[in-house]
Design a protein around this ligand. Structure first.
Ligand SMILES: [Zn+2]
Length: 635
């Protein structure tokens, strides 16, 4: 056994755990645990799996995953006949010989080149483990070479793209992503030029930036064509190291707190196919027969944790293995004519060019289809058109019972659906409009001028800022009643605009924080608008699954999405229901509103949730702690 296996075994033994206990608790199979400890990496189907398991096991043991993966690299380098290559250096000599000198005025540090330049591309092919990200480098002219030959009939439309700007930008605290996307719909390929303006909001001087590149989990999907950093007006190719689904960029100059840096990337995405029965991560990114889905699709800044540094994530098939800070987005998509795009935020649309602006969004996602039909509704109107029902002899309904109280103003809901699904598309629209109204009243304002529901082909619902993917399966099954799964699912996904979008959380280690609240919010929708069906909701969404166990689990501790949903969503909703009963409605409502107000645009933690509860109730929460939580949650 080498140093790596020894470290893992020692950490496990220090916790006085047997392999069997770990297998039981972590849900990682015994054989895999043994393979990791004995460094028998042949037991894993791929490099990516080995790394995923190593990372998960390290996290479980309380070891630093990056350290363990570095040790793994060292072990591999020793045992491999082939010397491990470092990232090919993007040397100045090489590029200056082949590229025209950048026509970049030397300006303030955060200014950008005035115009994109074209030039000859040369490729350096490197072999880096199995990671595509390290395979191809193209020396590109200045920053933005448009690889027009690669995108078939799609051409950028006239005029300079919005990415480069000669005007110095104000420096926001939020990271700003400016993206220019060329979408070849028929070939499900995208060419993307992406600018990231990042301000060091940490209190640490940074030597590196870390990006999470989720598409890189599947081979042949993500190809990085160019990467440059603006150094006092000069565009410099930095050294970088790809690792799993992360990209670590060594900054040419260290970045002190409050200083600003601009990164330019260009890359190609070749989308994988989404299976009709796919869920969660497997469904958020790819193409299907009638649509493409782009969720978690671009290199995104890893959150920085003051105590642990950059938060690099790894792929996991259960739950949502994504954690992001809010950022500003300005995205322009030029697509094959006839394709309809639905994205996050305020939309401007001319011909086959779609432009989106979203401030302080948790994510930017989009769906596109060449057969979409669209319905729209203003929020407020639909709630008034369908008056509230049955509050007379029913139990008290949470919050106020008037209409229009929480109307956000100029908010429009868009429903995109496939031909033949008109009734379901309309029902999803109506449900979303009413849900937005209710959750605005209960939790506070919705932050964008538009909310979009996009039917895409999978078997689930997925929420992003300002946009939700809803699976075709649910449209197919829609029977015109409030007891069709499309309705509770839509309400659940809409509430993620508050619990995920506004109040973020670590969806890997504390997924209950958004999912339990989202699931319970779906119940609140029924309680408010469909009180006659609220028992049906509870029976169908919760009781029939007989959920059991604790809710404060990591996604890594689940073998499959069914177990995960039983614990985190369903048991989670039972917890929220019990919490409401314990606190009483006025305190419960006031608490949730304040929770959203206080933690909007942040990543909240379980302890924030419980610390805040104490301000709203003196009730004894220990019974809830004992019933629902593994670890001490109640202070
Ligand atoms: Zn959810």
């Amino acid at each position: 056994m080498g140093e790596l296996g020894e470290r893992l075994r020692a950490a496990r033994e220090a916790k006085e755990l047997t392999i069997d206990q770990v297998a039981e608790e972590s849900r990682i199979q015994r054989a895999f645990l043994e393979a990791l400890e004995s460094e028998s990496f042949g037991a894993f189907s791929s490099e990516l799996h080995t790394r995923g398991f190593l990372r998960n096991y390290a996290s479980y043991l309380g070891l630093e995953p990056e350290e363990i993966l570095a040790l793994y690299d060292k072990t591999r380098a020793k045992t491999s006949h082939r010397a491990k290559k470092a990232s090919p250096p993007m040397s100045d000599q090489r590029s200056s010989g082949e590229m025209p000198a950048p026509a970049v005025p030397v300006q303030a540090k955060h200014s950008a080149p005035a115009q994109p330049q074209r030039g000859r591309a040369s490729a350096i092919i490197g072999d880096m483990l199995l990671l595509l990200i390290g395979v191809v480098f193209l020396s590109i002219a200045v920053v933005y070479l448009y690889r027009q030959q690669a995108v078939g009939q799609v051409r950028p439309t006239g005029g300079p793209t919005p990415i480069p700007t000669a005007t110095p930008l104000p420096i926001p605290d939020e990271t700003t992503y400016t993206m220019d996307v060329n979408l070849n719909y028929a070939e499900h390929k995208l060419d993307v030029r992406q600018r990231i303006d990042y301000t060091n909001v940490t209190s640490t001087t940074l030597a590196n930036l870390m990006l999470n590149v989720h598409p890189n989990r599947s081979k042949g999907t993500f190809t990085l064509n160019g990467l440059k950093v603006d150094v006092d007006g000069d565009l410099v190719q930095p050294e970088y190291s790809p690792l799993d689904v992360t990209l670590k960029v060594a900054l040419p100059n260290e970045l002190p707190p409050d200083e600003h840096v601009t990164l330019y990337m260009s890359y190609t995405l070749s989308l994988p196919r989404i299976a009709p029965d796919a869920k969660f991560s497997d469904a958020s990114f790819g193409y299907s027969q009638r649509a493409i889905s782009l969720g978690n699709w671009y290199p995104v800044m890893a959150p920085y944790r003051q105590d642990k540094g950059w938060y690099s994530l790894s792929y996991f098939p259960v739950g949502d293995p994504y954690v992001t800070d809010v950022a500003d987005y300005h995205v322009t998509i030029t697509t094959t004519p006839g394709v309809i795009v639905a994205g996050t935020g305020a939309e401007t649309h001319t011909g086959n060019r779609w432009e989106y602006v979203a401030k302080r969004a948790r994510s930017f996602a989009l769906a596109a289809s060449d057969v979409y039909l669209i319905d729209t509704a203003p929020v407020g109107a639909s709630a008034q058109a369908a008056p509230l029902q049955g509050t007379g002899t029913e139990q008290p309904v949470l919050g106020q019972t008037g209409t229009g109280n929480g109307t956000a103003g100029n908010l429009t809901v868009y429903s995109y659906y496939f031909p033949g699904h008109e009734a379901a598309g309309q029902a999803a629209l109506d449900t979303a409009a009413k849900a937005l109204e209710l959750f605005t009243e209960l939790y506070g304002s919705y932050p964008f001028p538009a909310f979009r529901l996009s039917e895409t082909e999978f078997a689930d619902g997925l929420a992003f800022s300002g946009l939700t993917f809803l699976g075709s399966t649910y449209y197919d099954q829609y029977d015109g009643t409030a007891q069709a799964s499309l309705i509770p699912l839509t309400a659940h996904e809409v509430s993620h605009q508050w619990f995920y979008g506004l109040v973020g959380n670590d969806q890997v280690t504390e997924p209950w924080l958004d999912e339990a609240l989202a699931q319970y919010s779906s119940y609140l929708y029924y309680e408010r608008y469909l009180p006659g069906d609220k028992e049906w909701w509870w029976d169908t969404e919760i009781r029939q699954y007989a959920p059991a166990g604790k809710i404060d689990m990591l996604i890594y501790q689940f073998r499959n999405n069914r177990d995960y949903m039983n614990a985190v969503y369903r048991r989670g909703a039972e917890f929220v229901g019990d919490l409401r009963e314990t606190m009483g409605d006025p305190a419960f409502t006031a608490f949730l509103k304040e929770y959203v107000r206080r933690y909007s645009y942040q990543l909240a933690k379980s302890r924030d949730f419980f610390t805040l509860i104490q301000e709203f109730t003196t009730a004894d929460l220990m019974p809830l702690q004992e019933t629902y939580f593994r670890q001490r949650a109640v202070p």
